[in-house]
Design a protein around this ligand. Structure first.
Ligand SMILES: C[S@@+](CC[C@H](N)C(=O)[O-])C[C@H]1O[C@@H](n2cnc3c(N)ncnc32)[C@H](O)[C@@H]1O
Length: 264
């Protein structure tokens, strides 16, 4: 049995200082790091001793096959003791961590998962808008309409949009017209707020503010950086007046504070 341990580390959404201390510690001990293309110089500086292997998109935009990554992790355990698999955001949110964990488990290789800040949480922090709001929004979902090439195959993401107050939609930067139509056909309100957030937490961060109805006009392009859609999160803070102590418990009375809105 191999003496190696593979650490699946969440790097956070982009800014190097959004990795956790535990993640940074795993990097500082790593002999080899398998990283997505997200890894910039600042993250690399956390593991200057390690051999860095890029398993993100290759030249031409083609991703390394997941099976190849799993094989590389298993093979690396024959040569190294401390192996880091660095993934964007949190490994357990649309990170295919389950496939890597299954491969490591099947090969009898010790492994640990180090959580990271998922993009949705960093986006909410950047906007300074909470997904949940006492008495206003009680549920939040992480969903994706992406099922490989064919969007029509699976529409379960619509249940997330309809069934929760706020939804963070990952891998939804393509076919916006189609996505808006699917939401409208499913009964989602035309004026439901939508915020598109691009390259969250990096110097290139941009945002677009609109609605389900205006989503097809969103100008952000995925070629310029990854995009997250927030559905049902308004750029206002609605706080029941009672919580400010200005009203004797009438929860329907709201103080609405406008926030700074910068449009891409
Ligand atoms: C394969 S998923 C990985 C998600 C990641 N595990 C996480 O927890 O954030 C990739 C998608 O995450 C979103 N994403 C990742 N980084 C982002 C960023 N910095 N800004 C906006 N969206 C981002 C985009 O929707 C992108 O298509």
């Amino acid at each position: 049995m191999s003496a190696a341990t593979v650490y699946l580390v969440g790097a956070g959404p982009g800014a190097a200082d959004l990795i956790t201390l535990r993640g940074a510690r795993a990097l500082s001990r790593a002999q080899i790091v398998f990283a997505d293309t997200l890894a910039g110089d600042e993250l690399k500086a956390l593991a200057p001793q390690a051999r860095w292997v890029n398993v993100g998109k290759r030249c031409g935009g083609v991703s390394v096959a997941q099976s190849e990554i799993c094989d590389a992790l298993v093979e690396a355990a024959n040569h190294y003791d401390k192996i880091v698999r660095l993934k964007g955001g949190d490994p357990m949110i649309f990170g295919r961590a389950d496939e890597e964990i299954a491969a490591l488990r099947a090969a009898g290789i010790a492994h640990e998962v180090v959580p990271g800040i998922t993009t949705a949480c960093a986006a909410a922090a950047s906007l300074k808008v909470s997904f949940t709001s006492r008495g206003v929004r009680r549920s939040v979902s992480f969903a994706t309409p992406s099922v490989g090439a064919d969007l029509e195959k699976d529409q379960s993401w619509l249940n997330a949009v309809r069934g929760t107050d706020a939804t963070a939609l990952y891998m939804a930067s393509h076919q916006r017209e189609f996505l808006a139509k699917q939401m409208l056909d499913a009964g989602v309100a035309l004026d439901k707020p939508v915020i598109a957030m691009q390259s969250v937490s990096t110097p290139n961060e941009r945002r677009w503010v609109g609605t389900v109805g205006s989503l097809p006009t969103c100008p952000l392009q995925k070629e310029d950086g990854p995009i997250l859609l927030l559905i049902g999160v308004p750029l206002t803070i609605e706080i029941p007046a009672a919580q400010f102590g200005t009203h004797s418990g009438n929860i329907s009375s709201k103080i609405v504070k406008s926030l700074d809105v910068s449009i891409a």
